[in-house]
Design a protein around this ligand. Structure first.
Ligand SMILES: Cc1cc2nc3c(=O)[nH]c(=O)nc-3n(C[C@H](O)[C@H](O)[C@H](O)COP(=O)(O)O)c2cc1C
Length: 466
């Protein structure tokens, strides 16, 4: 069979992910692999018609398409995102339609599931027959057990093609937003209390997003900063070179860092405004997120109120919502709200924008940061372990930050807790005590909490104020 590999890594032949493809090539010599270096060649693919046509011809002729890509900032790299946009913009969906497909990624398993859900949704939209995915940790190929697993995954893919296995779509097509948003001026405005409010957007002139950005800006009584992310003058997308790892200095010498320092760092309230293109924000926004990787694995939005304005059917894009909300939480910021143009009714959108303006300042005044949920709690542990385990040899800036901020918070370092757990565990081996504890487990579980309520100085201060 002829397999067309769409490689998303900007590193081309030096891609970690591509080594998994090379392994498969050797494991299945009876099949032919052709690799399209979409991540590395995106500029040429976009600008040169013959290259674009050659790529489409390769896809048309093949029996199966394998997306092979690294996970970048909770999704695929901006370069691959741009390629997917081009397929839509240039009406090339027909070339992909009906093709059997599978996805192979490498990462450190930090939001690899959102990258896969995105690719799956895109494949469904293109009418492809999505067989499944393989998500490898970047070093898995060093283990023979993983090599066996990879062979099994790929065998299943080949069998699906050979037997023309029926495949169901999992992601329904996105509905269009019925009406155009025409805002009314807000009746009253929100005092910013000296907070710096910044809106970053990539709105097209005349779009609903542009109208939402203008309306939100008008909701604040004081002037706020509004900037188009194209003004960051990015010369290109992240190259994955990891030059930034040592001291947070990017290989590009362009306007991105100055833009970041001008708008993102000083913002108390940061509003990110984007239009849904396929199943994510635009490739330009993705490039912006990827380029922010120069900050390393440290919470770049720490303490800020973050809000989103979304033009598009976010209600049908649980995966995009997960990425947007997780980006806030993992960066130790607070989600002030998300407003979309989905309601259609302009009055409803106006009201939501006003409420967002008011809430963003109020929460910023109070310094409220909501507790993290599973993605950020789990995400922290992945970063902590990966950086400590080996990445810190190169990611020196991360290592410094993790040490200074107590982020190497391994439970193994809590010696008092360990001694007490060991002692409790020994006591629990006494049958009489164990029986007693099992019988009264709920009581023992709430006892420390009840003591905290009794001794709470926070409650005492509140009561004193009454
Ligand atoms: C800009 C950038 C963003 C990344 N984002 C993630 C991420 O969100 N989750 C993750 O698990 N790994 C992330 N990684 C790690 C890569 O996925 C991993 O190193 C991968 O194996 C690189 O593959 P490649 O050599 O094929 O490009 C990121 C790496 C870079 C350079």
């Amino acid at each position: 069979m002829q397999i067309c590999v769409i490689s998303g890594s900007p590193k081309g032949e030096k891609s970690v992910t591509l080594q998994y493809v090379r392994f498969l090539e050797q494991a299945f010599p009876e099949h032919t692999f052709s690799v399209a270096h979409v991540g590395r060649e995106i500029r040429t693919i976009e600008q040169q018609e013959e290259v674009w046509n050659g790529l489409l011809a390769a896809i048309k002729e093949c029996d199966g398409v394998l997306w092979a890509t690294p996970v970048y900032c909770l999704l695929v790299p901006a370069q691959l995102k741009r390629f997917i946009e081009l397929v839509g913009d240039r009406n090339a969906m027909e070339t992909f339609s009906g093709k059997y497909t599978a996805a192979l990624t490498t990462s450190i398993h930090y939001f690899d599931h959102t990258a896969h859900a995105y690719l799956h949704g895109v494949c469904d939209d293109l009418g492809m027959r999505y067989v499944g995915f393989y998500s490898a940790h970047m070093q898995d190929l060093e283990k023979e057990a993983s090599q066996e697993q990879l062979i099994q995954f790929f065998s299943d893919f080949l069998e699906a093609i050979a037997k023309q296995r029926p495949i169901r779509k999992e992601f329904p097509l996105l509905p269009a937003i019925p009406s155009h948003y025409i805002p009314m001026s807000p009746p009253v405005t929100v005092d910013t209390h000296g907070k710096r409010v910044v809106i970053l957007h990539d709105a097209e002139p005349g779009s609903d997003l542009e109208a939402m950005v203008g309306e939100l800006a008008a909701c604040y009584a004081d002037p706020i900063q509004v900037a188009h992310i194209q003004d960051s003058m990015m010369k290109g997308a992240c190259l994955g070179c990891c030059r930034c790892a040592f001291d947070n200095t990017c290989i590009y010498d362009d306007g991105f860092r100055a833009f970041w320092e001008k708008y993102v760092i000083p913002a108390d309230v940061l509003v990110i405004a984007g239009t849904v293109r396929d199943r994510f924000f635009s490739a330009t926004w993705k490039q912006f997120f990827d380029r922010s990787f120069y900050n390393g694995h440290v919470p770049a939005f720490e303490g800020k109120q973050i809000a989103y304005l979304v033009e598009g059917s976010l209600g049908y894009l649980a995966n995009l919502r997960e990425v947007l909300t997780s980006l806030v939480m993992t960066e130790e910021a607070n989600l002030a709200g998300i407003v979309t143009n989905e309601p259609g009714d302009p009055a409803e959108i106006d009201a939501a924008l006003y409420a967002l303006a008011e809430r963003s300042v109020r929460l910023s005044d109070r310094g409220y940061i909501a507790p993290a949920t599973f993605p950020a709690v789990g995400g922290h542990k992945i970063f902590r372990d990966e950086i400590w385990r080996g990445m810190r040899a190169v990611f020196k800036a991360d290592d410094r930050y993790y040490r200074q901020h107590g982020l190497y918070d391994f439970p193994t370092r809590n010696y008092l807790q360990r001694i007490s757990t060991r002692a409790t565990s020994l006591i629990m081996s006494i049958p009489g005590i164990r029986r007693e504890v099992v019988k009264n487990m709920p009581t023992y579980m709430v006892q420390p909490l009840q003591r905290s309520i009794e001794k709470s100085t926070v409650l005492a201060k509140r009561k004193a104020k009454e």
